[in-house]
Design a protein around this ligand. Structure first.
Ligand SMILES: [Fe+2]
Length: 242
């Protein structure tokens, strides 16, 4: 069984489409989505539709999904993100907003895998995991060998065997007795300096987790952002991967 884990798609249809083509080439069996399907970029409705049409076993709610699904005042978002959320609210159908609102904040897939957008301890606070200390705090609430998460848009992996250690990764062999907390990177707005779309493949049979990067038509996505009147910075950051 080959799983593809997609995170932080952020309404970037060009990136999602390129990732799905690569998943087809790699013969992915099932998809898992760890949230933030919408926000920042200009194709929220189309990305929601595309995820709904996939054979997705679990879809988790991200902070942008949550904000796009409600009408409350935006607190804690930078002005560009807030503007994009306001715009996104008007782009989605009522059914799509209800569907986003219905998604869980975390979910245990099976005896081995948990999924969350931000952190396991208090997922609705949307905390960020960038170092081994925040990773260790999260792992106290992790009761499966693997947990896939997102939110930072930076693919880092932490492992716990006694102490917690971590950093960048390309592939990981899942060792018995270890616990892993793995950020799958961002499909639609990578922030690790590599502008290519990121996603992870997990194969429980060979116990491997692999990070994949895919080139996509960044220019087409940028043009849509400009046409929509969204902040120019949101277009520029895609090319920089920041
Ligand atoms: Fe995000």
């Amino acid at each position: 069984m080959k799983y593809a884990i997609l995170g932080d798609i952020h309404a970037n249809f060009e990136a999602l489409d390129a990732v799905l083509a690569e998943c087809e080439r790699l013969k992915v069996d099932k998809f898992l989505c760890i949230g933030d399907i919408v926000g920042y970029n200009a194709d929220p409705g189309r990305c929601v539709e595309t995820v709904q049409e996939l054979d997705v076993e679990v879809v988790i709610k991200g902070n942008h999904d949550e904000q796009a699904s409600v009408d409350t005042e935006l607190i804690g978002f930078n002005p560009q993100a807030a503007m994009a959320i306001e715009w996104t609210r008007n782009q989605l159908s009522e059914e799509q907003r209800l569907w986003l609102a219905s998604l869980p904040l975390r979910k245990t897939l099976d005896a081995r895998v948990t999924l969350v957008h931000a952190t396991l301890d208090v997922p609705e606070r949307w905390g960020y995991i960038f170092d081994k200390f925040t990773a260790a705090a999260c792992m106290n609430y992790q009761f499966t060998a693997l947990c896939f998460f997102g939110h930072t848009h930076v693919p880092l992996a932490f492992s716990k065997f006694g102490d917690v250690s971590g950093g960048r990764y390309d592939e990981l062999k899942i060792e018995p007795g270890h616990k892993y907390l793995i950020n799958v990177g961002s499909v639609g707005q990578p922030r690790d300096g590599d502008p290519r779309a990121a996603f992870v493949m997990y194969d429980p049979d060979d116990r491997m987790v692999r990070l994949h990067r895919v080139e996509y038509d960044i220019q087409a996505c940028q043009e849509k952002i400009r046409e929509a009147g969204l902040p120019e910075r949101l277009a520029q950051r895609l090319a920089a991967g920041r």
